[in-house]
Design a protein around this ligand. Structure first.
Ligand SMILES: [Zn+2]
Length: 503
């Protein structure tokens, strides 16, 4: 088996209680896994040797929540809340689906962008309406296999009519517009579970670093039997149930309107909150919701940048941590972010919570952010046995950063400088499963120029077609803006736009 040894590096392992204390050591990799960490570790004479002096070795970053479907929409929108933005990024009135080659390239671009910026694992909540198609899902898997990234990939499902998943929609939308949204019968739970089982049989674990996860899009967008069946299958297969809960004020109103309780309480009653449950956002959770989430041992993906872009608010991260909820960091899709860089999310998340109140002892610290970006994200993806920290037996998913860059000069404190100063530009080498996938800022697994050239040629027609869909769907803009206005005017007992200080 191939050996790689990194000599005399500064290591930040994120493993155990001292995981944020950098120290100098060697790190030996064998067969894609970390074989040893220590002083003067013994390596075979044919081992590849990397000089680690003035270099930081740390775990690869985990993107706990993203959507590859948005990768071509970088920088396309601004100034819209989630519900309005969705009309344009995820049009209700659909046109022809993106062709499979471009779908492959879209996923490949996300993987390339992620790896170059130090993200070694992505959780892609793959959304490809109107159908679920193994060949198209397989194109995303092939892209991640080719790029060399670790990935959890879903096939997001919703089986409740859009107008029944949005409060006030039936009152607000004119009948003529409502009629345009009748697309016939929605997917029964059993059909989706059968589809997931075929994805497990044909794509999951091939190769080992690529996994399938189960993704009912949101509790209000799925029938109760769909949610329950998805949760049962997630437990059976040992994978996350990846979903969106309480991102916006509109969603905070949705639970009481539809079920007479919060969406978290609703999920709890359905038995859909557990260690396997990973919740994107969790911005508008009440103290009672947080207690249920902590007791269930579930995880959240904190999308600190996306939540500001869409005006959703600031998630109560300190309270969630106190309750024992696992926290990872996500970019969300490249349209609501507009990058695939977890370093940006780290810095934003480290800053925004300081506005949550005057009790500065409770602000989120750099070391906590680093844990979220690595081992916390790995836990939220149920991959903590495999990745998220540097320890013997774990996969060699790691970054080598140059400590001679401006971001670390002069060197005061590595964790704080990683969070507040670094932006990914100090990365020299990225490894996944011990394979060098990025070296000197370039992908080693794909020919970047060829991929970008092909996208450059194909994407204008796709974006032109998408612009037509945006125009078509703008007929719903006024109504959805009215739903947003009504929901935001609704009292719900607490206000999270400005964080805990406003409660
Ligand atoms: Zn999302």
């Amino acid at each position: 088996m191939n050996q790689i040894v990194i000599r005399k590096a500064t290591l930040l392992t994120m493993e155990g209680t001292n995981g944020c204390k950098p120290f100098e050591a060697d790190l030996l990799i064998e067969g894609g896994r970390i074989a040893a960490i220590g002083e003067n570790v013994v390596a075979r004479s044919d081992a590849k040797v990397i000089d680690g002096r003035n270099r930081l070795v740390m775990p690869g970053l985990i993107n706990a929540h993203t959507h590859s479907s948005e990768t071509f929409f970088r920088g396309r929108y601004e100034g819209m809340p989630l519900e309005v933005w969705l009309l344009y990024a995820y049009p209700l009135l659909m046109g022809p689906v993106i062709d499979e080659r471009l779908l492959y390239l879209r996923s490949l671009l996300l993987a390339m962008d992620s790896l170059r910026n130090g993200v070694t694992t992505i959780c892609d909540d793959f959304f490809d309406p109107p159908t679920h198609d193994l060949s198209r899902l397989g194109a995303a898997f092939r892209a991640y296999e080719q790029a060399g990234i670790r990935a959890n990939v879903s096939s997001a499902v919703m089986n409740v009519h859009t107008l029944d998943a949005l409060p006030y929609a039936r009152e607000v939308l004119p009948k003529a517009l409502q009629d345009k949204l009748d697309f016939g019968p929605l997917m029964p739970a059993g059909d989706y579970i059968d589809y997931c089982r075929s994805a497990f049989a044909s794509l999951h674990g091939k190769p080992e670093r690529l996994r399938f996860m189960i993704a009912p899009s949101a509790p209000q967008r799925c029938t109760p039997d769909m949610l329950a069946a998805c949760h049962d299958l997630a437990i059976e297969m040992g994978v996350p149930l990846h979903t969106h809960v309480l991102e916006t004020k509109t969603q905070a109103v949705t639970g009481p309107e539809f079920y007479g309780k919060s969406l978290i309480a609703y999920m709890h009653e359905l038995g859909a909150l557990s260690r396997n449950t990973t919740i994107a956002h969790s911005v508008w959770v009440s103290d009672a919701d947080i207690a249920l989430m902590g007791a269930a041992g579930c995880s959240i993906a904190h999308n600190a940048v996306s939540n500001q872009k869409l005006g959703a608010g600031i998630a109560p991260i300190r309270k969630l941590l106190d309750a024992g909820v696992v926290v990872g960091l996500g970019t969300d899709g490249v349209s609501s972010n507009d990058t695939a860089r977890i370093f940006d999310v780290m810095r934003t998340a480290a800053l925004i919570h300081s506005t949550s109140g005057p009790d500065y002892e409770r602000w989120i610290k750099a070391e906590e952010i680093l844990a979220m970006a690595t081992i916390g994200g790995a836990r939220s993806a149920m991959l903590e046995q495999r990745t998220g920290s540097l320890a013997p037996g774990k996969a060699a998913d790691l970054l080598i950063l140059n400590l001679n860059t401006f971001n670390f000069f002069p060197l005061n404190d590595i964790p704080k400088q990683l969070v507040f100063s670094e932006n990914g530009s100090s990365i020299e080498t990225v490894m996944v499963d011990g394979e060098i996938v990025v070296q000197g800022g370039r992908l080693q697994t794909v020919n970047e120029d060829d991929v970008l050239a092909e996208i450059r040629e194909r994407v204008p027609a796709h974006l032109a077609a998408h612009a037509e869909l945006e125009k078509l769907n703008s007929i719903f803009h006024v109504s959805v803006a009215e739903i947003h206005r009504r929901a935001t005017a609704q009292p719900i007992g607490f206000d999270r736009y400005a964080g805990d200080a406003m409660r």
